[in-house]
Design a protein around this ligand. Structure first.
Ligand code: HEC
Ligand code: HEC
Ligand code: HEC
Ligand code: HEC
Ligand code: HEC
Ligand code: HEC
Ligand code: HEC
Ligand code: HEC
Ligand code: HEC
Ligand code: HEC
Length: 482
């Protein structure tokens, strides 16, 4: 400031008669030159020495996470010196890199390639993604020596809440073959209720689960349960339903959690229906039941009916062969009176949805007498063979794009999530809608609602994915572009 305030005249005054000023060997000035030289030389020697002998950890911006700690000091495992931008530092490159950084932030391409040397098959999310994120956008290193931080919802929202990206992805998705989109192997267990992908893909724009996250697809599209097994939840939860083992029929009588408690096991006839719907066909001999599960076996059973009665007689403690034969003959005759044995009995057994009610005086009173396979099943004639029973399609996974875990919700009543008691038809889908989850999984409900609570990111991909052209591209290409 003071310099600027001096006039040219004043400056000239200072050097008047002193034009050899810079030629004088002032000791102070010499010292300054020496210090400057030593500093530069020392720096250069330092660089050379460090390059040969120095500890790389000197440049380490922070501790490496626990899973990578084993090779944390081996910087080259993640940082490839050959890929450093300085390797080909031309002015053109410099401006390209600068422009790129301004638009997209720091590039991690070199690091990503290194991640992929150990973690193969991790770059894949959806084939319609227009530009994959760097691994380091979601998995932050050098943040501390514990486990890596959980992936933030913000990382997901950077695409899912960006209209331009999602529209571009929808466009790209429309040009891809259906086969390019496949369910994640880890989500698709057993029989999956896999609704067709919407024309625009799953590209709705939203910022969080509580606000904007789409209604679940089955509810949005009012889908129906394709199972042909007849079952009426409401009827079975009414008061007149008999007790089993002195207990009321509850959800858990039929629905038992699987091994890890995540999802429910399939229903089985033997464990869940037979106690009340034993396949009795002769009201006088309720002990005698048809085999379940195979129409051909039922036919064989009926063709060998006299010997079935003989076996029953033995079971009842009749040992005299004559007595056994008479018992069988009597039973056959009685059965012939109520139903026409032969094809007619078989037809009744397969096709009637109702059957003769047991007489009140008969013991033991049948709880719910047998009413023909068609009581529960879709049965179609198929002469000359036995009729065809359409196999019940029991779905294992209703929402394959999201995780769920029953065990983690053990404190919540089944009825709070499933409106089963109101359902009278199998086609009703009883799985809860989004509003149900939001009541807890939201800032207001005070339970976490991060995307990764319910979703994963990486798909387990097939070895290579078919690109638009039909040619196969590697995951590296998918991540880093062609
Ligand atoms: C497990 C892989 C891994 C190892 C090992 C590793 N780094 Fe990194 N490093 C990264 C990633 C990923 C980034 C990108 C920035 C981030 O995620 O925070 C990074 C960023 C950096 C940066 C830039 C810092 C910044 O804030 O921009 C430096 C400098 C660095 N690492 C030095 C080192 C040194 C020195 C070592 C060896 C002692 C090392 N790194 C070991 C993964 C690694
Ligand atoms: C030298 C091989 C190697 C490299 C390079 C490497 N990792 Fe790993 N990574 C591992 C191993 C080994 C594990 C532990 C796996 C396990 O326990 O199942 C791991 C675990 C992980 C995990 C799971 C961490 C957790 O806490 O559960 C993530 C995420 C991960 N790595 C991301 C990365 C990213 C991102 C990079 C690149 C910056 C990278 N890795 C580079 C070997 C590597
Ligand atoms: C958009 C965010 C995102 C990007 C980008 C991303 N990941 Fe992940 N990654 C995740 C999420 C979410 C998980 C699951 C974590 C969880 O469930 O706790 C995960 C899990 C992992 C795991 C551990 C579990 C497993 O599946 O083995 C590894 C290893 C991993 N990622 C490596 C990578 C590598 C390598 C890249 C880059 C090629 C990458 N990730 C890019 C979000 C991302
Ligand atoms: C690079 C952009 C991008 C990022 C980052 C991203 N997604 Fe996606 N995601 C997409 C696109 C595009 C689709 C639509 C796919 C289609 O066309 O059907 C999609 C679809 C989905 C779907 C529905 C389809 C399915 O297969 O399940 C889920 C769930 C999902 N993403 C979860 C996540 C989560 C969780 C994260 C964060 C860890 C995340 N996404 C990060 C681009 C991204
Ligand atoms: C007597 C056995 C029985 C009892 C008791 C029972 N269910 Fe079911 N449940 C079934 C059968 C059989 C199916 C498969 C047929 C169907 O989808 O309706 C089924 C299917 C379901 C499904 C998935 C299928 C869909 O369409 O959404 C849910 C959810 C369900 N039950 C919940 C419940 C709840 C909650 C209770 C208790 C209030 C309950 N069930 C009581 C037999 C039973
Ligand atoms: C917090 C809500 C919630 C509670 C509480 C709950 N469920 Fe579920 N249930 C779900 C969701 C979500 C699904 C769909 C899971 C899938 O298949 O993707 C489901 C699926 C089912 C299915 C279909 C098979 C399966 O596992 O996918 C049955 C059966 C079922 N639940 C029965 C029950 C019973 C019985 C109880 C009580 C012990 C119960 N649920 C408690 C939310 C809940
Ligand atoms: C009270 C209802 C009910 C009656 C009556 C009934 N079933 Fe079933 N059936 C079921 C249930 C529930 C399943 C699915 C669970 C299972 O396989 O145990 C099933 C499954 C089947 C299957 C498929 C088995 C498989 O391997 O998946 C066949 C075939 C079948 N039943 C045949 C019959 C025949 C034949 C009859 C008549 C003799 C009959 N059922 C009577 C309830 C019934
Ligand atoms: C605790 C006894 C009990 C159990 C267990 C039971 N039911 Fe029932 N079920 C009944 C009774 C009682 C009725 C009513 C009979 C009537 O009204 O004539 C009935 C009625 C039915 C009906 C006719 C419903 C209607 O809409 O009229 C079907 C179909 C049926 N049950 C199938 C099944 C299947 C499939 C299972 C096994 C998953 C099963 N039931 C388990 C007692 C039971
Ligand atoms: C509490 C659990 C939960 C949370 C938290 C959650 N989702 Fe979902 N999401 C689901 C379920 C369940 C579905 C339906 C899955 C199905 O239909 O198979 C779904 C569906 C989706 C879909 C497909 C949408 C469609 O059009 O059908 C996308 C994309 C998605 N979620 C992304 C996200 C992202 C991004 C976040 C974080 C901002 C997130 N989800 C948070 C449970 C959750
Ligand atoms: C009554 C409250 C309540 C409702 C309703 C509810 N949740 Fe949860 N949920 C919880 C609690 C509490 C946890 C446990 C959080 C924890 O363990 O940190 C949880 C955990 C979860 C988890 C994590 C499971 C794991 O493996 O760690 C998922 C996924 C989830 N819920 C999905 C759902 C979905 C989908 C719905 C709707 C169908 C739903 N929840 C409805 C309270 C609820």
């Amino acid at each position: 400031m003071s310099l600027q305030s001096r006039t040219h005249k004043q400056i000239a005054e200072r050097y008047k008669g002193n034009l050899g000023y810079y030629k004088k060997k002032l000791s102070w000035r010499i010292a300054r030159i020496c210090v400057g030289f030593l500093a530069i030389a020392g720096g250069l020697i330092g660089v050379v020495l460090f390059h040969k002998h120095g500890a790389k950890s000197f440049f380490n911006p922070g501790p490496i996470s626990s899973k990578h700690a084993r090779f944390g000091n081996d910087c080259e495992r993640c940082h490839d010196p050959a890929l450093a931008p300085a390797a080909d530092a031309t002015p053109a490159n410099f401006w390209q890199v600068m422009g790129d950084r301004f638009q997209r932030g720091v590039t991690f391409k070199g690091v990503d390639r290194k991640c992929e040397t150990c973690h193969t098959q991790h770059s894949f999310h959806e084939p319609s993604v227009v530009e994959n994120r760097s691994c380091s956008a979601c998995h932050l290193e050098h943040q501390g020596s514990s486990a890596m931080k959980a992936v933030a919802s913000q990382s997901c929202a950077s695409c899912h809440n960006n209209r331009d990206i999602m529209q571009a992805s929808a466009q790209k998705g429309m040009q891809l073959p259906k086969s390019a989109f496949h369910l994640r192997a880890e989500l698709a267990q057993g029989l999956v209720f896999d609704l067709p992908r919407p024309a625009e893909g799953y590209t709705q724009v939203f910022s969080s689960f509580a606000s904007g996250h789409p209604e679940f697809q089955f509810a949005r599209e009012k889908a129906r349960d394709p199972n042909v097994l007849r079952f009426n939840h409401k009827r079975h939860l009414e008061e007149d339903i008999p007790l089993v083992n002195d207990k009321e029929l509850t959800c858990n009588y039929c629905h038992q959690p699987g091994g890890d408690g995540r999802y429910m096991q399939k229903i089985s006839f033997a464990a869940n229906c037979q106690a009340c719907h034993a396949l009795q066909f002769d009201v006088r001999n309720p002990e005698l039941t048809l085999p379940h599960g195979d129409p051909a076996a039922v036919r064989v059973f009926l063709q060998t009916l006299p010997s079935q009665y003989e076996a029953l007689a033995l079971k009842k403690g009749k040992t005299n062969p004559e007595e056994v034969r008479t018992f069988a003959a009597t039973q056959m005759a009685q059965l012939r009176d109520s139903a026409h044995v032969g094809k007619d009995l078989e037809r009744q057994i397969f096709f009637t949805t109702d059957s003769p009610k047991p007489q009140p005086e008969q013991t033991p009173p049948a709880r719910s007498s047998f009413k023909g396979c068609a009581y529960c099943h879709e049965v179609k004639p198929s002469p000359p063979g036995p009729p065809l029973v359409t196999k019940p399609a029991q779905i294992d996974r209703w929402m394959p794009h999201g995780y769920f875990n029953h065990a983690k919700h053990a404190s919540v009543s089944c009825k709070d999530c499933h409106e089963a008691a109101a359902s009278q038809e199998t086609p009703d889908i009883l799985v809860p809608v989004k509003a149900n989850c939001v009541s807890c999984h939201s800032p207001a409900g005070k339970v976490g609602s991060e995307c990764i609570l319910c979703h994963s990111y990486h798909a387990t991909p097939p070895a290579a994915t078919v690109a638009q052209s039909g040619a196969t591209i590697s995951f590296k290409q998918m991540l880093l572009g062609p």
